[in-house]
Design a binder for this molecule. Structure first.
Ligand SMILES: NC(=O)c1ccc[n+]([C@@H]2O[C@H](COP(=O)([O-])OP(=O)(O)OC[C@H]3O[C@@H](n4cnc5c(N)ncnc54)[C@H](OP(=O)(O)O)[C@@H]3O)[C@@H](O)[C@H]2O)c1
Length: 304
């Protein structure tokens, strides 16, 4: 398949491009510099030129706290971006796989959110992501809408790396406070990319919740990271109220995966398993970067 990946320089995009290329797809990865998704004319021209059969949209404005002040920019990228891609996909008869977020929900539900639950976002970022979803759903018949949560992986900043940096930054006793009233499923970008690539091959369009299995609070996740890395950090539980951020986060981000397994044949591994593999990969990368490069799957094209 001829596939265009947007946001190819981001956390997820950088794993998505090699995952699709490894499967023999003809992949073009575009970063922000190559194509601004908020620019309708640029998107139309680029997609008409590349004529992809599928577009995987990993481009987004993801700084949830900054979005509270940069509302116009967040909406341009997260709402108009998917609108522009959806319109162009419709014109070129391409399928769109769009990535969305657990932040479209308010977190008030006691159980996991199903694909049939009504979104009700708490933040500007969440509302902008919901509008992106709405555009995709109203403009296209052939789309995959993939909601995910709490991404970590080898590219870009993430919670795991931040915890490790804090743990290593000071010698001796380290104490930190981490919120214990937000729960969700940490998700490894490599696992998410694999599931998206599998979804694309099914032709079963619709909404999917794709995360690693298992749910933790951020406090429990931090403790697991320090324990696995062997860092003697004392973690204290705090609350969202005590650790106020500009953007409100859902307290419950658990996403019910039904009907993911019924569609691609499996659920993603547990977050503990994913964390172990991620930390092993990090260690290997530090010890033998040349070996990793030599073993890496073929990369798709980056930009044009
Ligand atoms: N990170 C998470 O924990 C998380 C959780 C749930 C859902 N998600 C969703 O997962 C998807 C991927 O997230 P991520 O963490 O990989 O994001 P990311 O690391 O912030 O990457 C976003 C990518 O989009 C690009 N981009 C930003 N504005 C653009 C524009 N106007 N035109 C074209 N490209 C633009 C960025 O390029 P520049 O950096 O050069 O601007 C970057 O390559 C997003 O849809 C996000 O909402 C993420």
């Amino acid at each position: 398949m001829r596939i265009l990946v947007t946001g190819a320089t981001g956390r997820l995009g950088r794993d998505m491009v090699p995952e699709l290329a490894r499967r023999g797809h003809d992949v073009t990865g575009l970063g922000h510099q190559d194509m601004d998704v908020s620019n309708l004319q640029a998107v139309r021209e680029r997609i008409a030129d590349l004529r992809p059969e599928a577009v995987v949209n990993c481009a987004a404005y993801t700084r949830a706290d900054d979005a509270e002040k940069e509302e116009a920019l967040a909406f341009a990228v997260n709402a108009l971006g998917p609108r522009n891609l959806a319109l162009s996909c419709r014109e070129e008869k391409a399928v769109l796989l769009h990535i969305s977020s657990d932040y479209v929900f308010d977190g008030e539900k006691s159980g996991p959110y199903t694909i049939w639950d009504q979104p009700s976002p708490l933040s500007v970022y969440g509302v902008s992501k919901l509008w992106g979803e709405n555009y995709v759903r109203s403009l296209l018949a052939e789309y995959y809408l993939v909601r995910t949560s709490w991404l970590f992986g080898p590219h870009g900043r993430n919670f795991v790396d931040t915890m490790i940096e804090i743990g290593r930054s000071r010698c001796g006793n380290v104490e930190i406070s981490v919120v214990a009233d937000q729960r969700g499923s940490p998700t490894y970008t490599a696992d998410l990319a694999r599931a998206c690539a599998d979804l694309l091959e099914t032709g079963c369009f619709g909404i999917y919740h794709v995360t690693n299995q298992g749910v933790v609070t951020r406090y429990e996740f931090a403790k697991a990271i320090f324990q696995k890395v062997g860092l003697p950090v004392e973690v204290h539980a705090t609350s969202s109220e005590a650790f106020a951020t500009p953007a409100r986060r859902p307290k419950n981000s658990e996403l019910d995966p039904f009907p993911l397994a019924e569609t691609i044949g499996y659920l993603l591994p547990t977050w503990e398993d994913a964390l172990t593999r991620y930390l092993e990969q990090k260690t290997l990368q530090t010890r033998a970067p040349d070996l990793i490069e030599a073993q890496a799957p073929p990369r798709g094209r980056q930009g044009r």
